[in-house]
Design a protein around this ligand. Structure first.
Ligand code: NAD
Length: 316
């Protein structure tokens, strides 16, 4: 922290990491982007390839491969390393394998003297963000998970597509675990500055309710649908991570559904879970506790319970 330039270290130059790096250089968000992977030669090759596109970028980004020592001078470390979901495997199946990998990566990063912000994307993201917080000893606001940022984007895209309204005017969120127990907060959704309920009243289309239910299922199961077809998901998460990075480095105070530590909000504590939060240069400024109806509260409680059980599994 306190550098004159924005320096980001990316750990994991697989499909997600490289999509993030590609999106970052295309938006010119950081002055320096350092790539680390257990496969050092892949990180090196990716840095070369990305640098060769620099004449076409909106601003220069110095991309190079590096080692964990480079984290000592980093403002932000983004982790996308780990094993991806295999067809038919849930994100939670990955927990044991990726928790072990994470403990060792976080140790190496902290040994460099790192004192910036962590942004975690590897799955199961809520658990691995909690592991990063525990293992790093950094304050909770400086450990952030991508949470349901991608799921929220999927929801906004699909609802906008259905209603034929610019997705950026759809204000709706998926919260909870980034996984099978997540849910849409329909009770608080709006289209532009009108509530979704009002828009649906006006449309008076008997198909809307079933269609929105179907949209939610497609959002929740999107990773499975994409993995079945192309083996992995990476472009949209790369853009979501870039969005969060920009909110941090540009001190935006943006509201994003990131994985944040709860300390009593929503009636839960000692777990990371996707909730709306204000994100700025200090990390998570605050968790926003939105009103949930009874059904949504029950879904949140269930999601939190599933995550708590996994945390207990990792730390028993
Ligand atoms: P990938 O296999 O393409 O890439 C993973 C990379 O991590 C590889 O390059 C591998 O060499 C590297 N790696 C493995 N162990 C390492 C270690 N100990 N140190 C450094 N690097 C290491 O996988 P991917 O498709 O890029 O997915 C990466 C992660 O992102 C997975 O956990 C996946 O589930 C997750 N993901 C998250 C979201 C989200 O919304 N949060 C979305 C998509 C994927």
């Amino acid at each position: 922290m306190g550098n004159k330039i924005n320096r980001v270290v990316l750990v994991g130059t697989g499909a997600v990491g490289c999509s993030y790096a590609y999106s970052m250089i295309n938006q010119g968000i950081a002055e320096e982007l350092i790539l680390i992977d257990v496969n050092a030669s892949k990180a090196e090759g990716e840095a070369m390839d990305l640098n060769h596109g620099m004449p076409f970028a909106p601003a220069p980004t110095k991309v190079r491969s590096g080692t964990y020592q480079d984290c000592g001078q980093a403002d932000l470390v983004v982790i996308t390393a780990g094993l991806p979901q295999k067809p038919g495997e849930t994100r939670l199946d990955l927990v044991d394998k990726n928790a072990k990998i994470f403990k060792s990566i976080v140790r190496d990063i902290m040994d460099s003297g790192f004192d910036g912000i962590f942004l975690i994307a590897s799955n199961p993201v809520d658990i691995l963000t909690y592991v990063t917080w525990k293992e790093s000893g950094l304050p909770k606001e400086r450990v952030i998970g991508s949470g349901t940022t991608l799921d929220t984007a999927r929801l906004r895209y699909m609802v906008g597509d259905y209603l034929e309204v610019d997705t950026r005017n759809i204000h709706a969120a998926i919260i909870g675990e980034h996984g099978d127990t997540e849910f849409a907060v329909w009770s608080q959704a709006s289209v532009g500055i009108e509530t979704l309920a009002k828009v649906l009243d006006r449309r008076n289309n008997p198909e809307d309710k079933a269609k929105l239910d179907e949209i939610f299922v497609n959002v929740r199961d999107a990773a499975y649908h994409i993995i079945e077809r192309k083996g992995a998901t990476y472009y949209a998460i790369g853009m979501a991570l870039t969005r969060i990075t920009k909110a941090i480095l540009s001190n935006e105070n943006s509201i994003l559904t990131v994985s944040s530590l709860l300390e009593g909000q929503y009636g839960h504590e000692d777990l990371y879970i996707g909730v709306p939060a204000v994100v700025n240069r200090g990390g998570i400024r605050e968790v926003i506790e939105i009103d949930l109806n009874e059904e949504e509260k029950a879904k949140f409680d269930h999601s939190a319970k599933v995550l708590k059980e996994l945390i207990t599994k990792v730390y028993s």
